[in-house]
Design a protein around this ligand. Structure first.
Ligand code: FE2
Length: 385
């Protein structure tokens, strides 16, 4: 995240002697991205972060593709994904390509006996149901309904849930997830026209240094495999850190909608930028105020990108029979549009309470076996009914 942040103790100069009370040295670690060219943080550990005790057998968590090629409007009933006790086991990839994996998860239990590191992708975890704390070496981030947790690759974390009732919509991005460049000025500050600004970004807090030795299991995901590592020191042994590379949170409820006299196009809803995809937030807002405006969206041919909508809450002006947690996927190549009657119904309406997350990937998505298992097979026909 391009805001400088620091927590805990750090030495006055980087790469200099920094001693513990017992006279030993703290262990400095540079976490850098895109080689040494992009965002980075400097972390100071009680122990070196390299003390590997044992390596377990890696196992595959590669999504199983059920439908690689298709040309059909598709819908998934997301809340039909079954809850699972374990966080990692609960994550079910549904829509995937080489740029991103979209997963749904309903984890019941907090992570207590292991830590997780995604070494292949940045994660955006949208909290649809549930509250809890994201625990990392950088500090804690409390989360609740409507939060996007942005966790850069390489961050070791644990999810602690307050209850067993949790629903997550997760994007793994194989390129970095960033704030859109057009929202930022030349110095990286979010500009006045951006729908959110630095005040809305929640950074880690409450740094607790775990000065602990023992057996610490870290499951590391890389190239579709989970590598079980056992380290000899607690991964959250940071005495301090500073920099621009760390997990952060942003609430969809803090996204300020941009509205106009006439229908505004989807880019006004953009929230994050990924490599070959964008993520947008549709939030409650006043409708278009031209006297003859049609608030419902026009029919639309997305010529070269698929469109994924994840319905969170409220009424969906352009759809009928949509339920919370439902996903619609309108593939590139055929037009989609409002359901019959919804254009007429939208005229004269002053506001919408819709809340949804949209992802537009620029390369086609494949459906996994878990996706096919929760498919509403009649969706493609719903404009004719
Ligand atoms: Fe569209």
């Amino acid at each position: 995240m391009p805001i400088y942040h620091k927590l805990g103790q750090i030495p006055h100069k980087r790469h200099t002697v920094f001693r513990k009370p017992d006279g030993g040295l703290y262990a400095e670690e540079l976490m850098s991205t895109e080689g040494f060219s992009s965002l980075y943080s400097l972390v100071y550990h009680v122990y070196p972060p390299t003390i590997v005790k044992t390596l377990g057998e890696p196992y595959s968590v590669e999504p199983k593709i059920a439908r690689a090629k298709y040309l059909k409007h598709t819908s998934l009933i997301g809340f039909n994904i079954k809850p699972a006790d374990d966080y990692l086991e609960s994550r079910k990839a549904v829509l995937v390509n080489n740029d991103l994996h979209i997963s749904l998860a309903a984890p019941r239990h907090s992570m207590t006996d292991y830590f997780f590191k995604n070494a292949q992708a940045d994660e955006v975890i949208f909290i649809h149901v549930g509250t809890g704390t994201l625990k990392t070496g950088f500090g804690d981030i409390r989360f609740g309904y409507g939060d996007y947790l942005v966790i850069p690759r390489g961050t070791i974390y644990q999810m602690q849930f307050d209850t067993e009732d949790n629903r997550l919509f997760i994007v793994e991005s194989f390129g970095p997830v960033r704030t859109p460049k057009r929202y930022r000025n030349q110095f990286g500050q979010l500009a006045e026209h951006s729908p959110y600004c630095e005040r809305d970004i929640r950074r880690p807090e409450n740094l607790q240094t775990h000065d602990e030795k023992g057996d610490f299991k870290i499951l590391i995901k890389k190239q579709g495999l989970i590598y079980p590592y056992t380290y000899g020191t607690h991964p959250f042994d940071f005495i301090g850190w500073d920099g621009f590379h760390y997990p952060w949170a942003f609430s969809i409820h803090d996204f300020e909608p941009i509205t106009g006299r006439l229908h505004q196009p989807p880019p006004v809803h953009q929230t994050f930028d990924g490599h070959n995809f964008v993520l947008c937030s549709f939030v409650p807002r006043k409708f278009d105020y031209h006297p003859d405006s049609i608030p419902a969206p026009y029919n639309h041919s997305n010529v070269d990108s698929d469109e994924v909508l994840y319905y969170v809450d409220g009424d969906f002006m352009s759809r009928k029979n949509v339920v919370k947690g439902q996903i619609t996927l309108h593939p590139a190549g055929i037009p989609h549009g409002p359901h019959p009657g919804s254009v007429e119904k939208s005229i004269g309406k002053e506001k919408t309470e819709e809340l949804a997350v949209m992802i537009d990937p620029f390369h086609p998505l494949m459906l996994t076996e878990d996706a096919v298992g929760i498919e509403d097979e009649r969706y493609y026909h719903s404009w004719a009914e």
